[in-house]
Write a protein that binds this ligand. Structure first.
Ligand code: FE
Ligand code: FE
Ligand code: ZN
Length: 308
């Protein structure tokens, strides 16, 4: 049996870039990681420094981290589904083209993308806009794939049904450059029962094809099945629970797919949010031990308060 490929979202700072992201991932005991090439909520991006990239790639080799287990996430303000504001639609397309170039410069071949929200348009119009945009964005000689993320269906989000993801793939000419990122919190909130994960995979396989599944976001959910809300919870502490999520991670049909945690940072006891701590080192340890630790959140607070 192959080894678990597990990591988390890590930061990508302008000073150390990919090298800093790698160091953060290693400090969590991860063998995979995901970055936004700048802040997730804006589109300001600095130039990629090839020297830092080379150092990072060399270090990945030393540490046994496969570049194929590193993923970029496009900023979530990019909306390809709505073209009512021509300028924003054009901006989103151009930004995504540049994001592909940035990922390729970083030696990364996977870019997770939220399909988009149709807002005042119909879902069909939204789907068409996404397809048109991807047809323009994807190059024949492209190396990086766009992974369409399964969404919770909050607001007018497209991608809460596997059929919608499939419709996008069907409309795109260079569909060999498309994959899917399945988010366990999102599919729960969209009404798929993660508890019966093999059934979910069967359905995914029937509608989209399991060979398209190239990344899994392993998040617990604060919401009930079908809530269409999208609020992530720490691993094992939400409505999905520890056993269900462990079964996802160790499902032998998807062992070679990188698994990424996007669980929330832990806040102070008093919820003052004065300081927040990354949970990933602890969650990854707990995942590897396969034993739920109900005191994990407390331990994370103690570790970061005492040690840093
Ligand atoms: Fe996402
Ligand atoms: Fe996600
Ligand atoms: Zn989410």
């Amino acid at each position: 049996m192959s080894e678990l490929i597990i990591g988390s979202h890590v930061s990508f700072g302008k000073d150390k870039q990919l090298l800093g992201s790698l160091e953060e991932a290693l400090s969590y005991g991860a063998n995979a990681f995901m970055i936004y090439t700048g802040a997730p909520q804006n589109t300001r991006r600095s130039d990629i420094n090839d020297e830092l990239t080379k150092k990072a790639i060399d270090k990945m080799k030393e540490e046994g981290i496969e570049p194929t287990n590193v993923v970029v996430h496009a900023p979530y303000i990019i909306n390809l589904a709505n073209n009512l504001k021509k300028d924003s639609y054009r901006f989103a397309i151009d930004f995504l083209k540049q994001e592909i170039e940035r990922a390729e410069k970083l030696g990364i071949d996977k870019i997770v993308l939220h399909p988009g929200s149709h807002v005042a348009l119909t879902k069909e119009e939204g789907l068409k806009n996404i397809i048109d945009a991807l047809n323009e964005v994807l190059r024949v000689d492209g190396k990086a794939k766009i992974l369409l993320e399964t969404m919770s269906g909050k607001g007018t989000e497209i991608g809460a049904k596997f059929e919608e993801i499939k419709a996008i793939i069907d409309g795109v000419e260079k569909d060999h450059l498309l994959g899917v990122c399945l988010d366990t919190c999102h599919i729960n909130d969209a009404g798929y029962e993660v508890k019966y994960f093999d059934k979910v995979l069967d359905e995914f396989d029937k509608i989209i094809g399991l060979d398209r599944l190239m990344c899994i976001h392993v998040n617990d959910s604060k919401n009930e099945l079908g809530a269409a809300k999208d609020r992530h919870e720490n691993f094992g502490f939400g409505n999905l629970g520890f056993k269900t999520l462990i079964d996802v991670l160790y499902n032998d049909r998807i062992m070679d797919v990188p698994k990424i945690l996007e669980t929330p940072y832990v806040t102070e006891d008093d919820e003052s949010k004065a300081r927040v701590y990354p949970p990933y080192k602890f969650e990854i340890e707990m995942i590897r031990s396969k034993k739920f630790d109900e005191d994990l959140i407390k331990k994370i607070r103690e570790y970061y308060k005492g040690g840093m």
